[in-house]
Design a protein around this ligand. Structure first.
Ligand SMILES: NC(=O)c1ccc[n+]([C@@H]2O[C@H](COP(=O)([O-])OP(=O)(O)OC[C@H]3O[C@@H](n4cnc5c(N)ncnc54)[C@H](OP(=O)(O)O)[C@@H]3O)[C@@H](O)[C@H]2O)c1
Length: 297
């Protein structure tokens, strides 16, 4: 096959996954080198112990704390986990403006709403103090921002945006894991899960864009891998999931049409919940995409 045809073939494969990720193999093929040469590496699933095989699932009474529950995927996580009978502590930056979340909580008494801006570390500490005696089974770092395409165009880089994106996407989740560590340790499921993005997968990207957002998710992934190692001794499971391109406010309307296979928030959340269920101590530190495949670093 000619080089031209190779590229055509690759273009045809650009879909929901490739928009956000693209396998290392595709990236490598695009520049005509082998996957191994591309320098990507992935974590191989480990052998599961008998203990790990008895995966504990979210059931009635499981407690889940979610950040960024006002809209998009956080709202959908709240809806689906509540429907599964979990007790959801749905946090939102501005609860008074989160109309859909308020309506959902009014209809479901297993949802409670708390104010939380993930860049406000004093507030994170205060919330952790308020829930001091509450075991939290799944701590779900979902809140995230893209930073705006126009703020990360080469030649017109907005350096203040970098600080904000890092504060929300990296420092926020790390601080939340630190503040609520004892709550997770005291729980049954013991999971700290973060919604990352395959845009942070260095082995996968094929065209230059989203400098700040991509680097924030790469940094986030490294912090979560560190945390998985840090907390294994405490039997806390750390994991990353990604929804793939999903039609939320995160992707403005005009761009959605260009993404083949863009998913609904409902389906993307269902996929992530299935993958969150799959996390065990043996695969702690893994990053699953929405299909359940491991995203290359
Ligand atoms: N949609 C996609 O295609 C896609 C793909 C890959 C990964 N992701 C990841 O999925 C996660 C959720 O994204 P989404 O699609 O649901 O986006 P979204 O619809 O834009 O929602 C973002 C959520 O994050 C909250 N948030 C923003 N800054 C915050 C802060 N400082 N403190 C607390 N909450 C804050 C927002 O709250 P407000 O309402 O107060 O602004 C909102 O609830 C993000 O981590 C994103 O990186 C999304």
């Amino acid at each position: 096959m000619s080089e031209k045809n190779d590229h055509k073939n690759i273009d045809q494969k650009l879909d929901r996954r490739d928009f956000v990720a693209g396998a290392a193999g595709l990236a490598a093929a695009a520049v005509g080198i082998s996957e191994a040469q591309a320098g990507g590496h992935s974590v191989k699933p480990m052998e599961l112990s008998a203990e790990d095989k008895a995966v504990k699932l979210v059931t009635e009474g499981t407690v889940i704390l979610i950040t960024g529950a006002s809209r998009g995927l956080g709202l959908e996580f709240t809806r689906q986990y509540s429907a599964r009978g979990a007790k959801v502590i749905a946090t939102a930056r501005k609860p008074e403006k989160a109309d859909e979340l308020n309506m959902l909580a009014a209809d479901n008494d297993n949802i409670s709403i708390e104010q939380l801006d993930v860049t406000d570390h004093a507030r994170i500490d205060a919330l952790a103090a308020q829930y001091k005696d509450q075991p939290i089974d799944v701590l779900l770092n979902n809140a995230g921002i893209g930073g705006g395409i126009e703020n990360q165009l080469w030649g017109k880089m907005n350096y203040d945006t970098f600080d904000l994106v890092m504060a929300v996407n990296v420092k926020g989740p790390v601080k939340i894991c630190e503040a609520f560590r004892k709550n997770v340790e005291a729980s049954d499921l013991k999971k700290m899960i973060t919604v990352s993005s395959s845009q942070g997968s260095i082995a996968s990207v094929t065209m230059p864009m989203l400098y700040w957002y991509r680097s924030s998710k790469s940094a986030l992934n490294m912090n979560m891998v560190n945390l998985a190692l840090q907390l294994k001794r405490k039997k806390i499971i750390v994991g990353m999931v990604t929804p793939g391109a999903t039609a939320t406010d995160f992707i403005p309307e005009p761009f959605r049409k260009a993404i083949k296979g863009i998913q609904t928030p409902e389906q993307a959340t269902k996929d992530m919940i299935r993958n969150i269920d799959r996390f065990t101590l043996a695969n702690s530190g893994t990053f699953f995409d929405y299909t359940g495949d491991i995203v290359p670093w």
